[in-house]
Design a protein around this ligand. Structure first.
Ligand code: ZN
Length: 471
């Protein structure tokens, strides 16, 4: 095997490195959220304000110096603590965030705890207990938010690699991912993992007819977002019920369309305080299913006055059923017939490019500070989405696509990888039991001084072998 065939994609590395920059704003949003939560606690239980841990021990070292030497973990924590009582000290001051913090500061006077918190931070590591005590003082929700901020602040920042000097190979071992739904690194990883997991399962049904169904309903404002998502999930389960003839609609043939299974995926887009939750669905039917001729023009056909799209009778039916379900109205032929129009829903043949849409993470927006980009997410957007998407299951399989498991690691490739590593060790002159040197690098660092090295990984090796195996 040539190492060239299994090296990590440089473009991917570069993308990852770029995305990390954006996470900073989200980490700040978490910090502000925590600050708000902590203030709520103060209002509820003033007694909890006074940390009882003794902090009088030795005088704290110079704070400024401590910060300069801080690890990424400490910096992440610093950001959190900062929002609880410090002024921002970061050189990359974000005016917008400063504004938020300023507003917040105007509402409460946190000066009283300034000194205590400053000491807590300065003592971290040496007086871990004090930090632990502070952690203990937070309630469950606050702790969750605190840890999210902390782990996102360090997400994917350190890549651990085994160095094979003589062969010019770096074998990627691990990175720590925060798995947060707002994290830009993890969103990518999640999408890739899902595609790896679902597509081979879907491909098993080669002869089935695959349809991309998009189900939408009118936008909602922030207070109704969570409820609306719940309603969509319930409505979707009922729609599946009609398709699989569990509950046929009298006088209609929807249960005879040849439904086999589905994967539904939630996406929430937004603009200002207007949220647009909608479902992307891969519907799988027997091979003789047909969407039907698209001949009907209705209100959803037009864009800027022009007819952009026509619908088939079957699409119109889905539009009306979706309307009735979303409005808790009885779904029967009479109500469907008397409905002038439903909600905007579309069915098209599923194309390979749609997988990207189906498995992408549920929100766009990475906290870019530029209001004119797609990525712009305000603190209000963040907070709304944070609560609305809490414990929401974005992807769900139905029918033949129900309960798809993780891609299992192919153990038939274990040996190949083991052989390769042992060959690399031999080149280094390492004896049995001796390990190569492990280093950690940031992704940016890796890109900058990659030099003549090739970066490989076990996962990449397996992927390559899988491809060969399938060819
Ligand atoms: Zn992450």
């Amino acid at each position: 095997m040539d190492f060239k065939d299994i090296q990590l994609d440089f473009k991917y590395l570069n993308d990852v490195a770029t995305a990390i920059e954006f996470n900073e704003h989200i980490v700040d949003y978490y910090a502000v959220l925590l600050a708000e939560l902590v203030e709520n606690k103060r209002q509820v239980a003033p007694a909890a304000e006074q940390p009882s841990t003794a902090l009088e021990a030795p005088p704290p070292p110079d704070f400024e110096d401590d910060f300069v030497l801080a690890t990424p973990e400490q910096v992440a924590e610093f950001r959190v603590l900062q929002s609880m009582g410090y002024e921002r000290r970061s050189t990359k001051q974000d005016e917008r965030l400063k504004q938020i913090l300023q507003d917040y500061e105007n509402r409460i006077d946190r000066r009283e705890h300034y000194e205590q918190k400053k000491m807590l931070l300065a003592h971290r590591g040496r007086y871990g207990q004090a930090v632990h005590k502070m952690d203990f003082d937070l309630n469950k929700e606050q702790k969750v938010v605190f840890r999210k901020a902390e782990s996102m602040g360090t997400c994917n920042k350190r890549w651990y690699l085994d160095v094979y000097e003589k062969s010019g190979v770096l074998d990627f071992k691990k990175t720590n991912l925060c798995k947060d739904k707002f994290c830009n690194n993890c969103k990518r990883v999640m999408q890739a993992t899902r595609m790896d997991r679902f597509i081979p399962e879907i491909d098993k049904f080669r002869d089935a007819k695959k349809i991309h169904l998009v189900l939408t309903s009118p936008n909602v404002e922030r207070h109704n977002l969570k409820e609306n998502i719940k309603q969509q999930f319930n409505a979707f389960a009922k729609l599946i019920g009609y398709l699989k003839a569990k509950k046929p609609i009298k006088g209609l043939d929807i249960h005879k369309w040849g439904y086999m299974g589905a994967v539904r995926s939630l996406e929430v887009t937004y603009k200002g305080d207007s949220y647009h939750p909608h479902l992307h669905v891969l519907l799988m039917f027997e091979d003789d299913f047909d969407i039907g001729p698209k001949t009907v023009v209705n209100a959803f056909s037009k864009k800027f006055g022009d007819v952009k799209r026509k619908f088939s009778e079957r699409e119109i039916l889905v539009q009306k059923i979706w309307y009735l379900l979303m409005n808790n109205e009885r779904v029967n032929k009479k109500n469907i017939d008397s409905l002038q129009r439903g909600y905007s829903c579309m069915m098209d043949e599923f194309r390979d490019g749609d997988y990207h849409e189906l498995f992408k993470y549920m929100t766009k927006g990475n906290g870019s500070p530029h209001p004119d980009t797609d990525a712009y997410m305000t603190y209000d957007n963040f907070k709304t989405l944070y609560y609305a998407l809490l414990s929401v299951r974005q992807i769900q399989g139905y029918g033949v696509l129900f309960g798809i498991q993780e891609v299992e690691i192919d153990d038939r490739f274990d040996e190949v990888y083991a052989d390769m590593v042992s060959w690399l060790r031999q080149q280094e002159g390492l004896q049995d039991g001796e390990n190569p040197e492990t280093v950690w690098k940031t992704v940016r660092g890796l890109i900058d001084d990659i030099g003549e090295y090739r970066v490989i990984s076990r996962k990449r090796v397996y992927k390559y072998l899988r491809q060969l195996y399938h060819e």
